[in-house]
Design a protein around this ligand. Sequence first.
Ligand SMILES: [Zn+2]
Length: 102
Amino acid sequence: MKTRIFTYVECSCGHRGALIETIETGAFRAGGHQARLRKLTHAGTYDGENVLFAAMKPGCPACCRSLSPDDVVGRSQLQGTGEVLRLARESESADVTLGARG
Ligand SMILES: [Zn+2]
């Protein structure tokens, strides 16, 4: 089964994008974990503890700013038909199930 994890980021200029991880569960082998960027460039300079950001180096295409985990505004996980939305600013677990889109 494929699981997709969306990490939404918002630049200080207002531009929004996402890092999308695709994880194939049940198929444990190299390459089972892929990541790509949506509406972001690879021109960032992040080099810290967050493995995802360090690997992807997301940058803002609008103002060329480098994006870091501090710019994360939310996260959602898509598994099968349901999408689970988690907002980074909500400390307690408030999971909302949304319909699958696109
Ligand atoms: Zn920007």
